[in-house]
Design a protein around this ligand. Structure first.
Ligand SMILES: NC(=O)CC[C@H](N)C(=O)O
Length: 450
């Protein structure tokens, strides 16, 4: 695992860039949250293949708070369908703070499922029976999104339960308008519990990646919700996830997102990545200051803005094999054992960051144990954007630093002209016209001068 460290390097770089930011403060209206460690700062990214990357405090536990809302919304949508859920909670940005006391004129419906009023209704919609109590279903659902068994931080739950009068007031107000179908006390209690479920930034990135991956957890392979529900949730996150700064966020960062007052923040690049940050210092809207800055920079760096960077045409498949199974293996003097140690990775189609990350990962997986030299076959590549190019250069340069030799089959100069490649990768990358020749060259390196 080293070429794909180039992705981690970017996370580390952004982590370093924002770790010194001291603006904002931890939420203190839930007393237990005020005890958070201000310096904690974690970043995480999970790909659609389930590759996970983290920097800083990516394993530090904290509570979900409002980041729970999209996932419980997904559960309610799964149980009742969009039309029934929409009878009780709308899907319009409220333009107000997360805890605003405001309901739609006439109907009493909360504006959307991302503000507290809407989330309390959403939680109340989750079927609650003796065999399947609502909170059990919620915890199970959140755990399936994260790909591991989550638990409740009882301290944070108790702290919010003891002080959460504003949310109780909201629930009573909702019932008084006739819109909340169940007991406000029970609904708010379940809501406080879901907010106190403990996660890490890496968990959050997996959860966001599951939404981005059409409802299938890319790490466990489990289908958690349908593709339709995943898309509905992402749509509401895009328009309402950041409360009264949702418009500005979509404009600048361009990704569906959700923030929480513990300092957790997720963003999802549909069919691309799940992103997450944790830092408890919050701005006035209740969003992590460092998290906001870091995810915005990450989106910019990796070209993830939805409106600016639609998926490139042409799928990219990378194929990992060893030189020994090539249709016409080199006929040179090298033994099967030697050729087996030469990895071959073939990429096809248009390369963007998504594709480039796959290629780097495939480079890491290729070659025997310990990993031998590798041939990167780019003949079927139709193009590469600048993000993909610089990531490939960085990955190849890391391989060289780690002492793994590489050769490319790149008759179309997809990696760029040799001079540029030399400058970017710090080496004269051997180039060949065919995989056979490249593999033969690599086997030669292994065999040594004698
Ligand atoms: N924005 C948030 O994260 C708010 C969640 C918190 N539990 C509350 O209801 O106040």
């Amino acid at each position: 695992m080293s070429a794909s460290e180039a992705v981690t390097d970017t996370l580390r770089e952004l982590h370093g860039r924002f770790a010194g930011v001291r603006e904002g403060q931890p939420a203190d209206y839930i007393p237990e949250l005020a005890r958070a460690v201000s310096d904690d700062f974690g970043l995480a990214l999970v790909s659609m293949d389930g590759h996970a990357y983290g920097a800083g405090a990516a394993d530090t536990p904290f509570t979900l708070q409002s980041v729970s809302k999209p996932f419980v919304y997904a559960l309610a949508l799964t149980a009742l369908g969009l039309d029934e859920v929409t009878r009780w909670v709308g899907a319009e940005p409220s333009g107000e703070a997360f805890n605003a006391i405001s309901l739609e004129h006439g109907t009493g419906r909360p504006a959307n499922a991302m503000v507290n009023a809407g989330a309390i209704v959403t939680t109340a919609l989750v079927p609650d029976t003796r065999e399947a109590p609502a909170f059990q279903s919620i915890l199970t659902c959140l755990s399936r999104f994260a790909g591991r068994k989550l638990d409740v931080d009882e301290g944070v739950y108790g702290s919010e339960a003891a002080t959460g009068d504003r949310n109780r007031a909201l629930a009573y107000l909702i019932r008084s308008t006739g819109a909340l179908p169940v007991d406000p006390v029970a609904a708010v209690d379940t809501y406080f519990r879901q907010c106190a479920v403990r996660v890490t930034a890496l968990d959050l990135a997996v959860m966001a990646a599951t939404l981005a991956h059409g409802g299938v957890n890319p790490v466990t392979g489990e289908r958690v919700v349908s593709p339709e529900v995943a898309a509905q949730v992402l749509a509401v996150m895009a328009t309402c996830g950041m409360y009264d700064s949702s418009g500005d966020w979509l404009l600048r960062v361009g990704l569906p997102a959700k923030s929480g007052v513990s300092g957790g923040l997720i963003a999802a690049g549909p069919a691309r990545f799940g992103l997450a940050a944790y830092s408890p210092l919050l701005d006035a809207a209740g969003t992590s200051v460092r998290g906001h800055a870091a995810l915005a920079a990450l989106s910019e760096r990796f070209g993830l803005h939805l409106m600016r960077n639609p998926a490139l045409p042409g799928s990219t498949v990378t194929l990992v094999t060893t030189a020994d199974v090539l249709p016409s293996a080199p006929s040179g003097p090298h033994s099967r054992a030697l050729r087996e140690r030469v990895g071959v990775v073939a990429a096809q189609g248009a390369l963007d960051f998504t594709a480039a990350e796959r290629v780097l990962h495939a480079l890491d997986e290729s070659g025997g144990e310990p990993p031998g030299p590798v041939v990167l076959d780019l003949r079927e590549v139709t193009g590469a954007d600048s993000v993909a190019l610089s990531l490939l250069h960085a990955g190849l340069s890391r391989l060289a630093r780690d002492g793994r030799s590489a050769a490319v089959v790149d008759p179309g100069d997809r990696l760029g002209p040799p001079d540029l490649v030399r400058e970017r990768t710090g080496q004269d990358l051997p180039r060949f016209g065919s995989v056979e020749e490249a593999a033969e060259h690599c086997a030669q390196t292994l065999a040594g001068p004698g």
